[in-house]
Ligand binder design. Structure first.
Ligand SMILES: CC(C)(COP(=O)(O)OP(=O)(O)OC[C@H]1O[C@@H](n2cnc3c(N)ncnc32)[C@H](O)[C@@H]1OP(=O)(O)O)[C@@H](O)C(=O)NCCC(=O)NCCS
Length: 169
């Protein structure tokens, strides 16, 4: 497996954008089709796994709220499936979200996309709710991962510990 995941950003060339658009149109049952120009406009949000100039896999990561980030448009080329590309891209997207102060990372998965559901579950995500998406006629699961747990009182801060210790005689 190629170990290089890159955020091409401004360096994204038309051929990269075209490959990403084709990959998403082919693999992700999307209602709207992507074109290279749309991908280029969102280049800063895409991470790609490259072999030379060949896009093997891609993922998009966006900030929704200051605390909430969303992973979307994850796709791996057919011949590269099962080699860990998706898992690696998710890890890189999470790193970026964490650098941006994320507390929760979420994604949506069509109910019944077992491969993707299994993958996100393995990466620590939980399905928290589902809704019906009339445009596709599918139920969609909302999956979340909390990446910053609430602070709980440490033993030293608990009320018992704060009261003066009984003096030893
Ligand atoms: C879903 C998808 C992104 C997975 O990519 P991938 O690179 O093959 O996944 P990885 O190799 O990183 O992850 C492997 C994990 O996928 C899951 N997986 C792989 N093959 C599977 C299969 N046949 N059935 C169920 N789960 C499977 C497992 O969780 C596996 O981990 P494990 O072997 O340790 O249990 C890829 O199949 C894809 O592009 N599918 C079409 C588009 C799509 O559905 N995108 C997701 C939209 S939410």
């Amino acid at each position: 497996m190629n170990e290089v995941v890159v955020a091409l950003g401004k360096l994204m060339r038309p051929e990269h954008a075209g490959q990403i658009a084709q990959l998403l149109n082919r693999r992700n049952q999307l209602k709207a089709r992507f074109d290279a120009e749309t991908i280029r406009r969102r280049a800063a949000n895409f991470l790609v796994d490259l072999d030379g100039d060949q896009v093997l896999a891609c993922i998009e990561i966006n900030r929704i709220q200051w605390y909430q980030w969303e992973i979307s448009h994850l796709a791996v080329t057919e011949k590269e499936e099962g080699k860990g590309h998706a898992r690696q891209l998710i890890a890189c997207a999470e790193e970026r979200a964490l650098r941006g102060n994320a507390r929760i990372i979420q994604c949506t998965i069509r109910v019944g996309n077992e491969r993707s559901e299994h993958l996100f579950q393995k990466c620590g995500y939980q399905m928290v709710s589902t809704f019906f998406y009339p445009h596709s006629g599918h139920n969609v699961g909302v999956w979340q991962k909390v990446v910053s747990r609430p602070i709980t009182a440490t033993p030293a801060e608990s009320p018992e510990e704060k009261s003066p210790s009984p003096s030893l005689t």
